[in-house]
Design a protein around this ligand. Structure first.
Ligand SMILES: CCCCCCCCCCCCCCCCC/C=C/C(=O)SCCNC(=O)CCNC(=O)[C@H](O)C(C)(C)COP(=O)(O)OP(=O)(O)OC[C@H]1O[C@@H](n2cnc3c(N)ncnc32)[C@H](O)[C@@H]1OP(=O)(O)O
Ligand SMILES: Cc1cc2nc3c(=O)[nH]c(=O)nc-3n(C[C@H](O)[C@H](O)[C@H](O)COP(=O)(O)OP(=O)(O)OC[C@H]3O[C@@H](n4cnc5c(N)ncnc54)[C@H](O)[C@@H]3O)c2cc1C
Length: 602
């Protein structure tokens, strides 16, 4: 119910308090990050910690890191990541802001030459950040060397006013009433603003005092390293958001009753309807699947980072493909699922007090930020096409594409599934997912060789990413899992995750010959049985997420199930209910009613 200004101020207050507690309690970086999550409102701190600091860590020299990170860690400066412009977001190489080196003063001149070169979207830029890593075309000795990162001070550290030559503001209200409106996404124009040469981030490339451009021995793709890092964190965010929505819909489904009793007995809990289960339980399974794949992705990122430190860049393309693909598939599935959970809760799901509209609005932009989901899947497709061509020339693929090395078998194998029970076998499931992904990638490579197109391979990329998620779920189940019966429940969810994908993408599985129509129908039968088996533990499986009522913020998802009292109480909190007779009655309602009454008496 807060206005935009109040909401923004409230976020500033929460962020400042969180920082105070971080210092007082001597929290580690990881603990402080958790605190950020529990603030649960997008704000400038997200950009400061998740993008500004990592950009300097990844692209700054040791000297630059020492200087800027020391201040950033103490919040003496607040930073953002200013990449996207009014005219270009996805096409980073199309950015127009210029950084022209002036050897006479040893400075870069930062400039926005066109309207479309205005920086547009960076979080925290609008009203908060004092500094930014700004991405601009580096021009020296009359030559354009493409996009590089520069640290710029934007606002005075005394009175927060923008520095000379910088025009800066908020880009305006966004989707939903709260959601991302707590963030001051900003616009910025630069008018020949001078910064010292040493504010170019110089780990990847340097400009000498004389203006000579020098490459480092690291790949230029490291310029995109911050995005790899953030995409990895977004997968964990997606799994958290999805599990919140599922928790609300499952708990409410156990309370809500409709129909089912002709003889005056109790009505049916809506969670017992098969249609409800077949819509909702795949989301429950996905919430677990995304959590496990998110944990694995974190490990992969750490592993790649360690390798990069010792100058081993070999796994960078795979890390890019995995983070881009998983960010894309998990955020799209999560946004769709939250929207469906609203419908699964019927009319009450549409109320703000259900918590679902806010959850949807705040997570929807994850499909766009850090890379539009379609554009990112096309990057995965590009990686797959390269791998197919390497396999064709005899190179053994590794990591998440290792299965492609089994090409002889996977291109012609037939699924071993013959009964409903056979679909319980993880090896049988994995084989059909591997065969589908490989056959789609190979088909795509053949199509491209006939008619090259940048947009081929989108579906092959989806198939590959779904294979990764299924595989990581299966691998998780090979670990020791504590708790009586927990592993069995997770096995059922793993089955649901994989089989609902077979159901949803049956066209792919049939057309590539991985599954027959009969096997597809056995998978559906198995799925129905799994839904019935999961039903008794569904509430326990969402309780296991361990969310407090406060964090869930939902009248429908309350732990105690006292849904109707909560809805009733929440309704009375609405500002419209502050007065019995509404504002506007005297001006607009009363005259109308009186006039109509008079007319009727004539
Ligand atoms: C109920 C209330 C709940 C409240 C919850 C609140 C929670 C709050 C917590 C929220 C916390 C979340 C924090 C997140 C904040 C997000 C803020 C958003 C920030 C942004 O959006 S920043 C801007 C991001 N922009 C993009 O992502 C742009 C997308 N475009 C690109 O990445 C690239 O330009 C490209 C990939 C599309 C490049 O395409 P192009 O073909 O032009 O490629 P290039 O020529 O530039 O390069 C090609 C080669 O480089 C490889 N490559 C590309 N990217 C990478 C990479 N990242 N890493 C490694 N390698 C990369 C390509 O594969 C090419 O390689 P090849 O060998 O030549 O094939
Ligand atoms: C809430 C939010 C916060 C953000 N925060 C930041 C930030 O802090 N810093 C920052 O720098 N940026 C930020 N951004 C910007 C964000 O990174 C971009 O919006 C994003 O990268 C998408 O780029 P775009 O807007 O140019 O979309 P476009 O690329 O214009 O996409 C438009 C449509 O074109 C399609 N399309 C584009 N290219 C292709 C292609 N090659 N093939 C097929 N289809 C294509 C897309 O799929 C999409 O449907 C933020 C955005 C949002 C929504």
């Amino acid at each position: 119910m807060l206005s935009r200004k109040e909401l923004f101020k409230d976020t500033l207050k929460k962020a400042a308090h969180a920082w105070k507690r971080t210092v007082e309690l001597h929290l580690t970086e990881e603990e402080a990050n958790l605190l950020r999550l529990y603030i649960d409102q997008p704000g400038y701190v997200d950009l400061h910690w998740v993008m500004f600091v990592p950009a300097i860590k990844g692209q700054g020299t040791e000297e630059q890191q020492k200087k800027w990170l020391t201040m950033a860690y103490k919040f003496q400066i607040i930073g953002t990541y200013a990449q996207t412009e009014l005219g270009h977001g996805s096409n980073v190489q199309g950015l127009e802001t210029t950084a022209t080196f002036d050897p006479s003063t040893d400075e870069f001149i930062m400039h926005s030459p066109t309207l479309t070169s205005s920086k547009w979207w960076p979080g925290g830029l609008g009203k908060t950040s004092t500094h930014a890593v700004v991405y601009a075309r580096l021009i020296t000795e009359g030559k354009d060397y493409g996009i590089h990162g520069f640290i710029m001070q934007l606002r005075s550290l005394d009175d927060h006013s923008p520095l000379p030559g910088i025009t800066i503001g908020d880009i305006g209200g966004k989707f939903g009433s709260g959601a991302y409106n707590s963030m001051d996404n900003g616009v910025m124009r630069l008018d020949h603003v001078r910064i010292p040469r040493d504010q170019m981030l110089m780990r990847l490339a340097q400009v000498t005092r004389e203006g000579k451009y020098v490459h480092s021995d690291v790949p230029k793709q490291l310029l995109y390293g911050t995005m790899v890092y953030v995409r990895q964190t977004i997968v964990a965010d997606a799994s958290r958001a999805l599990s919140r929505a599922v928790c609300i819909a499952v708990r409410y489904g156990a309370i809500r009753k409709q129909f089912g009793s002709k003889a005056g007995g109790p009505e049916t809990q809506v969670l017992n309807y098969k249609t409800q289960q077949s819509r909702l339980f795949p989301f429950l399974a996905s919430a677990y699947a995304f959590r496990f794949v998110g944990q694995w992705l974190k490990w992969l990122y750490t592993d790649v980072t360690q390798k990069l430190e010792s100058k081993d860049f070999s796994t960078l393309p795979e890390a890019h493909a995995c983070t881009a693909g998983l960010k894309s598939v998990t955020t799209s599935a999560t946004a769709d699922a939250i929207e469906e959970c609203q419908k699964l809760c019927g009319g009450h799901g549409y109320l703000n007090s259900s918590g679902l509209p806010e959850l949807f609005a705040v997570n929807l932009p994850a499909c766009t930020y850090e890379g539009d989901n379609v554009v990112l899947l096309l990057q995965v497709a590009r990686f797959l096409m390269k791998t197919v061509s390497q396999v064709a020339s005899g190179k053994q693929p590794v990591g998440t594409t290792a299965y492609m090395g089994n090409i002889q078998h996977l291109m012609q194998c037939k699924s071993v599934v013959n009964t409903v029970e056979d679909w319980l076998n993880p090896a049988a499931i994995k084989e059909v997912f591997e065969a589908r992904a490989l056959r789609m990638a190979v088909n795509c490579a053949q199509n491209i060789s006939k008619a090259p197109s940048q947009e081929e391979g989108f579906e092959a990329a989806v198939a590959h990413v779904q294979l990764i998620i299924v595989t990581k779920f299966i691998e998780k189940l090979q670990e020791d899992i504590l708790g009586h019966g927990v592993k069995e429940q997770l096995q059922k969810l793993c089955g649901i995750y994989a089989l609902h994908l077979i159901h949803k993408h049956l066209g792919d599985f049939l057309s590539t010959g991985c599954v027959t129509a009969r096997q597809g129908s056995l998978a559906n039968e198995r799925l129905g049985k799994l839904y019935a088996q999961v039903r008794p533990n569904a509430v326990a499986l969402v309780d296991a997420f361990d969310y407090t009522d406060h964090y869930l913020g939902s009248a429908l998802g309350r732990y105690d199930g006292d849904v109707y009292s909560a809805l009733y109480k929440e309704a009375w909190k609405d500002p419209l209910n502050e007065t019995v007779v509404p504002d506007g009655y005297q001006e607009h309602l009363r005259p109308l009613l009186k006039q109509q009454l008079k007319l009727s008496r004539l």
